[in-house]
Design a protein around this ligand. Structure first.
Ligand code: ATP
Ligand code: MG
Length: 413
Protein backbone atom coordinates (compact mmCIF):
# COMPACT_ATOMS: atom_id res chain seq x y z
CA UNK A 1 0.00 0.00 0.00
CA UNK A 2 1.48 3.35 -1.00
CA UNK A 3 0.84 6.87 0.19
CA UNK A 4 -2.12 8.83 -1.14
CA UNK A 5 -1.43 10.69 -4.39
CA UNK A 6 -0.23 14.23 -3.80
CA UNK A 7 0.96 13.59 -0.23
CA UNK A 8 4.52 13.31 1.01
CA UNK A 9 6.63 11.43 3.56
CA UNK A 10 9.44 13.34 5.22
CA UNK A 11 12.59 11.61 6.43
CA UNK A 12 16.39 11.93 6.41
CA UNK A 13 17.66 15.17 4.90
CA UNK A 14 14.17 16.30 3.89
CA UNK A 15 12.88 16.28 7.44
CA UNK A 16 16.00 18.22 8.44
CA UNK A 17 15.32 21.00 5.91
CA UNK A 18 11.62 20.96 6.78
CA UNK A 19 12.43 21.35 10.48
CA UNK A 20 14.86 24.13 9.66
CA UNK A 21 12.17 25.87 7.60
CA UNK A 22 9.72 25.63 10.47
CA UNK A 23 12.27 26.88 12.99
CA UNK A 24 13.25 29.80 10.75
CA UNK A 25 9.63 30.84 10.14
CA UNK A 26 8.84 30.69 13.86
CA UNK A 27 11.92 32.78 14.62
CA UNK A 28 10.94 35.46 12.10
CA UNK A 29 7.35 35.49 13.37
CA UNK A 30 8.72 36.07 16.84
CA UNK A 31 10.93 38.92 15.57
CA UNK A 32 7.82 40.55 14.12
CA UNK A 33 5.92 39.96 17.40
CA UNK A 34 3.31 37.60 15.94
CA UNK A 35 1.92 34.81 18.17
CA UNK A 36 1.20 31.27 17.08
CA UNK A 37 -2.32 29.88 16.86
CA UNK A 38 -3.47 26.36 16.03
CA UNK A 39 -6.92 25.76 14.59
CA UNK A 40 -8.43 22.33 13.80
CA UNK A 41 -7.78 20.57 10.52
CA UNK A 42 -11.48 19.64 10.41
CA UNK A 43 -13.94 22.49 9.90
CA UNK A 44 -17.54 22.81 8.77
CA UNK A 45 -17.83 22.91 5.00
CA UNK A 46 -20.09 25.92 5.40
CA UNK A 47 -17.24 28.06 6.76
CA UNK A 48 -15.28 27.93 3.53
CA UNK A 49 -18.36 28.13 1.31
CA UNK A 50 -19.27 31.38 3.00
CA UNK A 51 -15.86 32.90 3.05
CA UNK A 52 -14.03 31.86 -0.05
CA UNK A 53 -16.92 32.47 -2.44
CA UNK A 54 -18.96 29.72 -4.06
CA UNK A 55 -17.32 30.04 -7.45
CA UNK A 56 -13.67 29.91 -6.37
CA UNK A 57 -11.55 26.95 -7.51
CA UNK A 58 -11.17 25.75 -3.93
CA UNK A 59 -14.92 25.40 -3.46
CA UNK A 60 -15.83 24.13 -6.92
CA UNK A 61 -13.05 21.58 -7.37
CA UNK A 62 -10.46 21.36 -4.64
CA UNK A 63 -12.08 20.64 -1.28
CA UNK A 64 -11.78 17.29 0.55
CA UNK A 65 -15.24 16.68 1.97
CA UNK A 66 -16.46 14.07 4.41
CA UNK A 67 -19.58 13.36 6.41
CA UNK A 68 -19.20 12.25 10.00
CA UNK A 69 -21.44 9.64 11.65
CA UNK A 70 -24.07 12.26 12.42
CA UNK A 71 -23.93 13.29 8.78
CA UNK A 72 -22.31 16.66 9.40
CA UNK A 73 -20.66 18.10 6.30
CA UNK A 74 -17.01 18.55 7.26
CA UNK A 75 -13.92 19.34 5.24
CA UNK A 76 -10.17 19.09 5.61
CA UNK A 77 -9.25 22.76 5.69
CA UNK A 78 -7.95 24.10 2.37
CA UNK A 79 -6.56 27.36 3.78
CA UNK A 80 -5.98 29.23 7.03
CA UNK A 81 -7.63 32.64 6.88
CA UNK A 82 -11.26 31.54 7.19
CA UNK A 83 -10.53 29.30 10.23
CA UNK A 84 -8.56 32.06 11.96
CA UNK A 85 -11.34 34.56 11.33
CA UNK A 86 -13.78 32.05 12.79
CA UNK A 87 -11.50 31.50 15.78
CA UNK A 88 -11.02 35.16 16.66
CA UNK A 89 -14.79 35.73 16.56
CA UNK A 90 -15.75 32.58 18.40
CA UNK A 91 -13.24 33.28 21.19
CA UNK A 92 -13.82 37.05 21.20
CA UNK A 93 -10.14 37.74 20.64
CA UNK A 94 -10.62 41.02 18.81
CA UNK A 95 -10.86 44.07 21.01
CA UNK A 96 -11.79 47.37 19.47
CA UNK A 97 -8.80 49.26 18.17
CA UNK A 98 -6.34 46.76 19.55
CA UNK A 99 -4.14 45.09 16.99
CA UNK A 100 -3.78 41.33 17.01
CA UNK A 101 -0.90 39.63 15.23
CA UNK A 102 -1.32 35.90 14.65
CA UNK A 103 0.47 33.23 12.67
CA UNK A 104 -0.10 29.56 11.84
CA UNK A 105 1.90 26.66 10.48
CA UNK A 106 0.20 23.44 9.43
CA UNK A 107 -1.13 21.15 6.72
CA UNK A 108 -3.75 22.24 4.17
CA UNK A 109 -5.62 20.03 1.73
CA UNK A 110 -6.62 20.71 -1.86
CA UNK A 111 -7.58 18.27 -4.57
CA UNK A 112 -5.36 19.55 -7.38
CA UNK A 113 -3.18 18.03 -10.07
CA UNK A 114 0.07 17.25 -8.23
CA UNK A 115 3.27 18.62 -9.75
CA UNK A 116 6.49 20.19 -8.52
CA UNK A 117 5.58 22.51 -5.64
CA UNK A 118 1.90 21.56 -5.85
CA UNK A 119 0.63 18.84 -3.57
CA UNK A 120 -2.75 17.70 -2.27
CA UNK A 121 -1.55 17.86 1.31
CA UNK A 122 0.89 20.73 1.78
CA UNK A 123 2.10 22.92 4.61
CA UNK A 124 1.31 26.57 4.83
CA UNK A 125 2.77 29.23 7.02
CA UNK A 126 0.60 32.32 7.18
CA UNK A 127 0.00 35.44 9.21
CA UNK A 128 -3.04 37.58 9.92
CA UNK A 129 -2.80 41.11 11.29
CA UNK A 130 -6.10 42.41 12.66
CA UNK A 131 -7.25 45.93 13.49
CA UNK A 132 -4.46 47.82 11.83
CA UNK A 133 -5.73 49.92 8.97
CA UNK A 134 -2.64 52.08 8.52
CA UNK A 135 -0.58 52.03 5.36
CA UNK A 136 2.25 50.88 7.59
CA UNK A 137 0.53 47.54 8.09
CA UNK A 138 0.94 46.97 4.33
CA UNK A 139 4.63 47.80 4.65
CA UNK A 140 5.07 45.55 7.70
CA UNK A 141 3.55 42.58 5.89
CA UNK A 142 5.77 43.11 2.84
CA UNK A 143 8.85 43.46 5.07
CA UNK A 144 7.84 40.22 6.82
CA UNK A 145 7.78 38.41 3.45
CA UNK A 146 11.06 39.99 2.35
CA UNK A 147 12.71 38.79 5.55
CA UNK A 148 11.48 35.24 4.94
CA UNK A 149 12.85 35.17 1.39
CA UNK A 150 16.14 36.58 2.60
CA UNK A 151 16.52 34.01 5.39
CA UNK A 152 15.75 31.20 2.97
CA UNK A 153 18.45 32.63 0.68
CA UNK A 154 15.94 33.07 -2.15
CA UNK A 155 17.13 35.76 -4.55
CA UNK A 156 15.25 34.99 -7.76
CA UNK A 157 11.83 36.51 -7.18
CA UNK A 158 9.69 39.51 -8.00
CA UNK A 159 7.02 41.27 -6.00
CA UNK A 160 3.81 42.13 -7.82
CA UNK A 161 1.19 44.50 -6.46
CA UNK A 162 -2.32 45.56 -7.28
CA UNK A 163 -5.37 47.00 -5.57
CA UNK A 164 -8.79 45.42 -5.91
CA UNK A 165 -10.48 48.48 -4.45
CA UNK A 166 -13.67 48.31 -2.44
CA UNK A 167 -16.67 46.14 -3.20
CA UNK A 168 -18.35 49.10 -4.89
CA UNK A 169 -15.36 49.68 -7.15
CA UNK A 170 -15.19 46.02 -8.00
CA UNK A 171 -18.88 45.95 -8.90
CA UNK A 172 -18.44 48.77 -11.40
CA UNK A 173 -15.32 47.15 -12.82
CA UNK A 174 -16.90 43.70 -13.13
CA UNK A 175 -19.68 45.02 -15.37
CA UNK A 176 -17.11 46.41 -17.82
CA UNK A 177 -14.88 43.35 -17.57
CA UNK A 178 -17.78 41.01 -18.23
CA UNK A 179 -18.77 42.99 -21.30
CA UNK A 180 -15.18 42.84 -22.59
CA UNK A 181 -15.00 39.06 -22.24
CA UNK A 182 -18.49 38.57 -23.73
CA UNK A 183 -17.26 40.46 -26.78
CA UNK A 184 -14.22 38.18 -27.03
CA UNK A 185 -15.86 34.99 -25.77
CA UNK A 186 -14.99 32.71 -28.72
CA UNK A 187 -11.27 33.43 -28.34
CA UNK A 188 -11.20 32.34 -24.68
CA UNK A 189 -10.47 28.86 -23.33
CA UNK A 190 -13.59 26.86 -22.50
CA UNK A 191 -12.80 27.15 -18.77
CA UNK A 192 -12.69 30.91 -19.00
CA UNK A 193 -15.85 31.04 -21.12
CA UNK A 194 -17.61 29.43 -18.19
CA UNK A 195 -16.04 31.87 -15.75
CA UNK A 196 -17.61 34.91 -17.45
CA UNK A 197 -20.82 34.30 -15.58
CA UNK A 198 -19.45 32.66 -12.45
CA UNK A 199 -16.13 34.27 -11.53
CA UNK A 200 -15.08 36.74 -14.15
CA UNK A 201 -12.12 38.15 -12.18
CA UNK A 202 -10.40 34.77 -12.25
CA UNK A 203 -10.05 34.93 -16.06
CA UNK A 204 -7.40 37.58 -15.49
CA UNK A 205 -5.43 35.02 -13.50
CA UNK A 206 -5.53 32.35 -16.22
CA UNK A 207 -2.24 30.73 -17.16
CA UNK A 208 -3.49 29.59 -20.62
CA UNK A 209 -1.98 31.29 -23.68
CA UNK A 210 -5.30 31.95 -25.45
CA UNK A 211 -6.65 33.69 -22.33
CA UNK A 212 -3.42 35.58 -21.71
CA UNK A 213 -3.66 37.11 -25.20
CA UNK A 214 -7.15 38.43 -24.54
CA UNK A 215 -6.16 39.56 -21.04
CA UNK A 216 -3.52 41.88 -22.47
CA UNK A 217 -6.20 44.29 -23.66
CA UNK A 218 -8.68 43.79 -20.82
CA UNK A 219 -9.86 46.95 -19.02
CA UNK A 220 -7.78 47.75 -15.95
CA UNK A 221 -9.21 47.99 -12.44
CA UNK A 222 -7.11 51.09 -11.75
CA UNK A 223 -9.46 53.09 -14.00
CA UNK A 224 -12.26 52.42 -11.52
CA UNK A 225 -10.46 53.21 -8.26
CA UNK A 226 -11.92 56.04 -6.19
CA UNK A 227 -9.65 58.95 -5.29
CA UNK A 228 -9.19 57.47 -1.81
CA UNK A 229 -8.30 54.06 -3.18
CA UNK A 230 -5.85 55.55 -5.63
CA UNK A 231 -4.21 57.58 -2.91
CA UNK A 232 -4.00 54.60 -0.51
CA UNK A 233 -2.31 52.51 -3.20
CA UNK A 234 0.12 55.30 -4.02
CA UNK A 235 0.98 55.80 -0.37
CA UNK A 236 1.83 52.12 -0.01
CA UNK A 237 4.05 52.34 -3.07
CA UNK A 238 5.82 55.40 -1.72
CA UNK A 239 6.58 53.53 1.51
CA UNK A 240 8.01 50.60 -0.45
CA UNK A 241 10.16 52.97 -2.48
CA UNK A 242 11.37 54.71 0.65
CA UNK A 243 12.41 51.30 2.02
CA UNK A 244 14.09 50.39 -1.28
CA UNK A 245 11.80 47.42 -1.90
CA UNK A 246 11.52 46.52 -5.59
CA UNK A 247 8.06 45.85 -6.99
CA UNK A 248 6.04 45.67 -10.19
CA UNK A 249 2.46 46.81 -10.52
CA UNK A 250 0.33 44.16 -12.18
CA UNK A 251 -3.24 45.28 -12.83
CA UNK A 252 -4.08 41.68 -13.78
CA UNK A 253 -3.26 40.38 -10.33
CA UNK A 254 -6.49 39.24 -8.65
CA UNK A 255 -5.80 36.33 -6.26
CA UNK A 256 -7.98 33.24 -6.34
CA UNK A 257 -10.14 33.88 -3.28
CA UNK A 258 -13.09 36.25 -3.07
CA UNK A 259 -12.40 37.86 0.27
CA UNK A 260 -9.65 40.30 -0.69
CA UNK A 261 -10.00 44.07 -1.09
CA UNK A 262 -7.65 46.97 -1.80
CA UNK A 263 -3.94 46.09 -1.51
CA UNK A 264 -2.98 42.60 -2.74
CA UNK A 265 0.40 41.14 -3.65
CA UNK A 266 2.32 38.05 -4.73
CA UNK A 267 5.96 37.14 -4.46
CA UNK A 268 6.65 35.13 -7.58
CA UNK A 269 9.70 32.95 -8.15
CA UNK A 270 11.61 33.72 -11.34
CA UNK A 271 13.53 30.47 -10.95
CA UNK A 272 11.37 28.39 -13.30
CA UNK A 273 13.95 25.59 -13.32
CA UNK A 274 13.20 24.60 -9.73
CA UNK A 275 9.54 25.46 -9.58
CA UNK A 276 8.08 25.23 -13.06
CA UNK A 277 4.64 26.74 -13.34
CA UNK A 278 3.91 26.74 -9.59
CA UNK A 279 5.75 29.97 -9.21
CA UNK A 280 3.84 31.89 -6.53
CA UNK A 281 5.83 31.63 -3.32
CA UNK A 282 3.88 33.98 -1.07
CA UNK A 283 0.51 35.56 -1.65
CA UNK A 284 -1.66 37.88 0.37
CA UNK A 285 -3.47 41.12 0.79
CA UNK A 286 -6.10 43.00 2.74
CA UNK A 287 -9.46 41.47 3.65
CA UNK A 288 -11.11 44.19 5.65
CA UNK A 289 -14.64 42.90 4.98
CA UNK A 290 -14.23 39.24 5.91
CA UNK A 291 -14.89 39.48 9.63
CA UNK A 292 -18.06 41.46 9.02
CA UNK A 293 -19.20 38.85 6.54
CA UNK A 294 -18.87 36.23 9.28
CA UNK A 295 -20.57 38.27 12.00
CA UNK A 296 -22.71 41.28 11.15
CA UNK A 297 -21.96 42.89 14.53
CA UNK A 298 -18.21 42.81 14.12
CA UNK A 299 -15.77 44.63 11.94
CA UNK A 300 -12.00 44.35 11.81
CA UNK A 301 -9.42 45.64 9.41
CA UNK A 302 -7.20 42.80 8.33
CA UNK A 303 -4.21 41.93 6.18
CA UNK A 304 -2.33 38.68 5.84
CA UNK A 305 -0.40 36.31 3.65
CA UNK A 306 0.24 32.61 3.22
CA UNK A 307 3.11 30.66 1.74
CA UNK A 308 3.69 27.06 0.75
CA UNK A 309 6.50 25.64 2.84
CA UNK A 310 7.41 22.98 0.26
CA UNK A 311 7.59 25.63 -2.47
CA UNK A 312 9.76 27.82 -0.35
CA UNK A 313 12.14 24.93 0.21
CA UNK A 314 12.25 24.14 -3.51
CA UNK A 315 13.17 27.74 -4.22
CA UNK A 316 15.62 28.09 -1.33
CA UNK A 317 19.32 28.00 -2.04
CA UNK A 318 21.52 25.03 -1.17
CA UNK A 319 23.08 26.99 1.71
CA UNK A 320 19.74 27.03 3.46
CA UNK A 321 19.20 23.28 3.23
CA UNK A 322 22.68 22.39 4.43
CA UNK A 323 22.45 21.11 8.01
CA UNK A 324 23.95 23.53 10.48
CA UNK A 325 26.65 22.10 12.70
CA UNK A 326 25.90 22.42 16.36
CA UNK A 327 28.92 23.12 18.47
CA UNK A 328 29.12 20.54 21.15
CA UNK A 329 27.27 17.53 19.76
CA UNK A 330 29.05 14.37 20.86
CA UNK A 331 29.53 11.00 19.20
CA UNK A 332 30.86 8.47 21.68
CA UNK A 333 33.00 5.57 20.51
CA UNK A 334 33.94 2.86 23.04
CA UNK A 335 37.15 1.32 21.65
CA UNK A 336 35.85 -2.16 22.41
CA UNK A 337 32.99 -3.61 24.46
CA UNK A 338 35.10 -3.56 27.61
CA UNK A 339 34.49 0.24 27.60
CA UNK A 340 30.75 0.16 26.89
CA UNK A 341 29.63 0.74 30.47
CA UNK A 342 31.88 3.72 31.02
CA UNK A 343 30.70 5.13 27.66
CA UNK A 344 27.10 4.77 28.89
CA UNK A 345 28.02 6.71 32.03
CA UNK A 346 29.59 9.51 29.97
CA UNK A 347 26.43 9.54 27.86
CA UNK A 348 24.34 10.09 30.96
CA UNK A 349 26.59 12.88 32.19
CA UNK A 350 26.38 14.76 28.86
CA UNK A 351 22.65 14.16 28.35
CA UNK A 352 21.98 15.93 31.64
CA UNK A 353 23.93 18.87 30.25
CA UNK A 354 21.51 18.99 27.29
CA UNK A 355 23.85 17.88 24.54
CA UNK A 356 22.87 15.70 21.60
CA UNK A 357 24.84 12.48 22.01
CA UNK A 358 25.09 9.20 20.17
CA UNK A 359 26.97 6.08 21.31
CA UNK A 360 28.22 3.72 18.66
CA UNK A 361 28.39 0.26 20.29
CA UNK A 362 28.86 -1.52 16.93
CA UNK A 363 31.73 -3.86 16.39
CA UNK A 364 33.48 -1.74 13.74
CA UNK A 365 36.93 -0.30 13.18
CA UNK A 366 37.61 3.09 14.82
CA UNK A 367 38.14 4.82 11.45
CA UNK A 368 34.79 3.54 10.21
CA UNK A 369 33.05 4.85 13.33
CA UNK A 370 34.72 8.23 12.98
CA UNK A 371 33.57 8.52 9.38
CA UNK A 372 30.02 7.66 10.52
CA UNK A 373 30.21 10.52 13.03
CA UNK A 374 31.35 12.92 10.30
CA UNK A 375 28.60 11.73 7.96
CA UNK A 376 25.97 12.53 10.57
CA UNK A 377 27.45 15.96 11.24
CA UNK A 378 28.67 15.44 14.79
CA UNK A 379 31.29 17.94 15.86
CA UNK A 380 33.11 15.96 18.53
CA UNK A 381 34.08 12.34 18.83
CA UNK A 382 34.79 10.95 22.29
CA UNK A 383 37.05 7.91 22.16
CA UNK A 384 36.65 5.82 25.26
CA UNK A 385 39.69 3.57 25.70
CA UNK A 386 42.57 2.82 28.03
CA UNK A 387 42.92 6.53 29.01
CA UNK A 388 39.89 5.86 31.23
CA UNK A 389 42.33 4.17 33.64
CA UNK A 390 43.41 7.74 34.43
CA UNK A 391 39.80 9.01 34.31
CA UNK A 392 40.47 10.55 30.88
CA UNK A 393 39.14 10.20 27.33
CA UNK A 394 40.32 11.39 23.91
CA UNK A 395 38.22 14.08 22.26
CA UNK A 396 38.66 14.65 18.55
CA UNK A 397 37.10 17.74 16.95
CA UNK A 398 35.96 16.73 13.47
CA UNK A 399 36.04 20.27 12.13
CA UNK A 400 39.43 21.45 13.37
CA UNK A 401 40.79 17.86 13.39
CA UNK A 402 42.43 18.65 16.75
CA UNK A 403 42.64 15.88 19.31
CA UNK A 404 43.16 16.15 23.05
CA UNK A 405 43.05 14.03 26.18
CA UNK A 406 40.73 15.42 28.84
CA UNK A 407 39.31 14.44 32.20
CA UNK A 408 35.89 12.74 32.00
CA UNK A 409 34.35 15.24 34.45
CA UNK A 410 35.43 18.14 32.28
CA UNK A 411 33.75 16.98 29.03
CA UNK A 412 31.22 19.53 27.84
CA UNK A 413 32.03 22.12 30.47
P1 ATP B 1 -1.64 28.84 -7.02
O1 ATP B 1 -2.00 29.98 -7.91
O2 ATP B 1 -0.20 28.42 -7.14
O3 ATP B 1 -2.59 27.70 -7.09
P2 ATP B 1 -3.11 29.91 -4.83
O4 ATP B 1 -3.48 31.24 -5.33
O5 ATP B 1 -4.09 28.81 -4.87
O6 ATP B 1 -1.74 29.42 -5.54
P3 ATP B 1 -3.13 30.59 -2.02
O7 ATP B 1 -4.41 29.93 -1.78
O8 ATP B 1 -3.08 32.07 -1.97
O9 ATP B 1 -2.49 30.07 -3.38
O10 ATP B 1 -2.02 30.01 -1.05
C1 ATP B 1 -0.83 30.72 -0.72
C2 ATP B 1 0.41 29.93 -1.05
O11 ATP B 1 0.28 28.57 -0.66
C3 ATP B 1 0.74 29.85 -2.52
O12 ATP B 1 1.39 30.99 -2.96
C4 ATP B 1 1.66 28.65 -2.55
O13 ATP B 1 2.98 29.00 -2.14
C5 ATP B 1 1.05 27.75 -1.53
N1 ATP B 1 0.19 26.74 -2.16
C6 ATP B 1 -1.07 26.87 -2.62
N2 ATP B 1 -1.54 25.71 -3.11
C7 ATP B 1 -0.54 24.80 -2.94
C8 ATP B 1 -0.39 23.41 -3.22
N3 ATP B 1 -1.38 22.71 -3.77
N4 ATP B 1 0.78 22.80 -2.91
C9 ATP B 1 1.78 23.50 -2.36
N5 ATP B 1 1.71 24.81 -2.06
C10 ATP B 1 0.57 25.46 -2.34
MG1 MG C 1 -4.49 27.32 -6.32
Amino acid sequence: MNKVKGTKDYFDSEIDSFAKARETLFKIANNFAFSEVITPILEHEELFKRFLGLETDIITKEMYRLNDKKNRALVLRPEGTAPISRMVLENKLLKQNQTKRLFYFGPMFRYERPQKGRQREFYQFGVELFNDKTIFSNLLIIQFCQTILQEFAITKFKLQLNSLGSLATRKKYLVVLKKYYEDNKTKLSSDSQERIEKNVLRILDSKLIEDKKINLKAPKISQYWSEDEKSAFNQTIELLQACKIDYEINYQLVRGLDYYNDFIFEFISTDTKNLGASATLIAGGRYDGLINQLDKNEHAYAIGFALGVERLLLASAKEFKKPTLKIGDYYIIPLNNEYNLIAAKIFDQLRKMDYKIFINYDDQKLAKKISQAAKHNYTNVIIVGEETNNNNVIIKNLITRKQEEIEINKIGT
